[in-house]
Design a binder for this molecule. Sequence first.
Ligand SMILES: Cc1cc2nc3c(=O)[nH]c(=O)nc-3n(C[C@H](O)[C@H](O)[C@H](O)COP(=O)(O)OP(=O)(O)OC[C@H]3O[C@@H](n4cnc5c(N)ncnc54)[C@H](O)[C@@H]3O)c2cc1C
Length: 463
Amino acid sequence: MTNLFIFNTDFRIRDNPALFYAAENGESLVAMFIHNPKKWESHNESDLKIAFQIDNLKNISRKFAELNISLKVIHAEGIEEENKKIIEFIKNNNINEVFINKEYGINEINRDQNLEKELVSLNKKLNSFDSSIFLPESIKTQSDTFFKVFTPFSKAFRSKLLVNKLEVLGLPKKQKKKTQESDQVENISLKAERKKILDLYRVGEEYALDKLDEFIDQKIFMYKEKRDFPAIGGTSSLSPYLSSGVISSRQCLFEVFKKLSEEEEGVKTWVNEIIWREFYKYILFHNPRVSKNLSFSEKYDDFPWSENQDHFIAWSNGETGVPIIDAAMKQLNLTGWMHNRLRMIVAMYLSKNLLIDWRKGEKYFMQNLIDGDFASNNGGWQWSASTGVDAAPYFRIFNPITQSEKFDKKGDFIKKWIPEISSVKNIHDPSPDERNDLGYSNHLVDLKESRKKAIEAFSNFSK
Ligand SMILES: Cc1cc2nc3c(=O)[nH]c(=O)nc-3n(C[C@H](O)[C@H](O)[C@H](O)COP(=O)(O)OP(=O)(O)OC[C@H]3O[C@@H](n4cnc5c(N)ncnc54)[C@H](O)[C@@H]3O)c2cc1C
């Protein structure tokens, strides 16, 4: 009896429900990876993230060899072709049951429902498992609707944590026999500078679990105080691993609560961030508009965004003349990652001061981040643009210079990424002469005026 496990965004062996139960319930197991560049491109997945996933898969394939699990790589042209290729494989290889961890985007939900129907017609079963800690259907308001605000959602989430003991699954069972030779996973071709970025990130769930452990033993205690300062490594840096499923949110909470309690402020604050991650997945699941490239809030469907392409290019290249924004964009472009405080600042500047459609920023982030995660990225962008669920009120626009003075007081972060302006008197906002002398950009837009313009534009749409 051979079962089939299909990889989604779950590049780990431990605490992988679909893999675990596929191994438990059969004699032999094939794990399938679908090589689908057309789908990756249409979802704006960055080459960096895909290459990172493939490197993690290579790590997994070594473990699979010890567990007698075969790894098969099939190729599909777009998400629409995936089921056809899966069914072909099942027919040719005498597969018994299929196991997957669910994804919550609308295309993925449709794909899996169609797969289930096709399997039923072949008298076979699809076993699907949730990839969130709790079933998205299981968290409801007292009036039996779904939450649209984070704080009550997190309260409901925490009460479920109290009654449902968190458990994580271990390694999948070693299979009696290996029915097929494993395929080699091909490298994704990366330009030299992207390859250099990829080298910054170590692969493997063992490494990710060690990193989690280290964070829980040390940095978590100062997380609340240090998490907003980009020059200090005060956060866990686990997002590349969480976004590709190299570790799970459940493993994070399980490991935290094994040692610590939420009485510790740092723990409480960090757990809250993991709950934000779960919240955005929940929002994606319950609101198909989010998958359809639409604002969560319908009233912004016809918002008059600016089409100024020069402004967008200046923003993406880190040439806005606002040092904290330019430094943040350089961090993204050169490392594939950006600190959370800076993600909020650059997203708000693009969608408010420049009045550029948040979807352009969302896409740019996805195409460049190593931790691009559709739900969290969309949620973060719509929060900043005030078009989203539980978003920042449109009139509360960050002043990037004030943010810079508060969160990068001495300018250490700015100096790291824009060393050429290190000598200026006011690192947060160099004088016109200093800009001229050092060849640093002038302000793309006047911050006060553009703020006023944004508030007017939004207030017209919020009546
Ligand atoms: C505009 C914008 C875009 C974003 N895009 C992404 C994205 O594509 N992928 C992504 O994983 N996160 C995204 N975030 C959330 C957040 O910025 C990153 O998760 C965080 O910076 C990752 O660093 P860390 O692992 O050190 O986080 P920590 O502070 O250590 O937090 C631990 C984990 O909690 C989760 N988390 C933390 N903050 C948030 C948040 N605000 N929303 C959702 N989950 C959170 C992440 O999985 C993170 O790894 C975005 C935020 C904004 C404002």
